[in-house]
Design a binder for this molecule. Structure first.
Ligand code: ADP
Ligand code: 5GP
Length: 201
């Protein structure tokens, strides 16, 4: 079985996490890599083009809090006034199967996963310049001007808090960002802690 990797991809809203992860998945499939993309649960509204059970599990506050009370989430956070969390059961199943497990979660969630699983690998994805965030969010056209401004404010704090992440991925072109993430996966697989069993002769 291939070594599983818990790969956390965080970054400010509009950096391109969803876009890059979608392309990364195409590459992983072409490489016949076993992966699992964690589908988060959230109380935020469903955007146009999103599908329940694919983009997120969309739910209400009461159901989210019930799952939280049952310890059914690996981590959770409140972002922009809404709950977001990682369902525990499917992720744990994917860890046990030795898959590359991808998490598109915020910095707060990334820290919680790392506390629980110190071998988790953390990537902070950013555009080549901070000013691109606003442009990309506006181009996406899914948030009001107010919400865009609020997301940019949150992004300032995220940049300041990202120093404990392992890697910085620059999403200038999507393909280059994907190659950087694949390079991280490759490097992590070569780590002494993962390959130590090969040294026992
Ligand atoms: P996030 O998931 O980080 O919030 P998205 O993947 O939704 O970001 O991307 C935000 C917007 O930026 C989308 O409209 C997307 O098409 C665009 N985008 C993503 N990556 C790039 C890139 N490398 N260059 C230009 N635009 C990009
Ligand atoms: P969006 O509303 O743009 O889809 O996501 C907003 C933020 O929430 C992004 O930074 C995204 O990575 C983060 N996020 C999505 N799912 C989760 C989750 O399950 N847990 C945490 N902590 N953050 C999440």
């Amino acid at each position: 079985m291939a070594d599983g990797i818990k790969l956390i991809i965080s970054g400010p809203s509009g950096a391109g996490k969803g876009t890059v992860i979608a392309r990364l998945i195409e590459r992983l499939e072409a490489l016949s890599e076993a992966y699992y993309l964690s589908i988060s649960m959230t109380t935020r509204y469903m955007r146009e083009g999103e599908t329940d059970g694919v983009s997120y599990y969309f739910t209400d506050k009461a159901k989210f809090e019930a799952l939280l009370a049952q310890k059914g989430l690996l981590e959770h956070n409140v972002y922009n006034g809404e709950y977001y969390g990682t369902p525990a059961a499917p992720a744990e199943e994917a860890f046990a199967a030795g898959k590359i497990v991808l998490f598109d979660i915020d910095i707060n969630g990334g820290r919680q996963i790392r506390e629980r699983y110190p071998d988790a690998v953390t990537c902070f994805l950013i555009p080549p310049a901070f000013s691109q965030l606003e442009k990309r969010l506006r181009g996406r056209g899914t948030e009001s001007e107010d919400k865009i401004r609020h997301r940019i404010d949150i992004a300032r704090g995220e940049y300041a808090a990202a120093a404990d992440y392992d890697y910085v991925i620059v999403n200038d072109t999507i393909d280059d960002a994907v190659e950087e993430i694949l390079a991280v996966v490759m490097a992590e697989r070569c780590r002494m802690c993962r390959r130590k069993p090969l040294l026992s002769i």
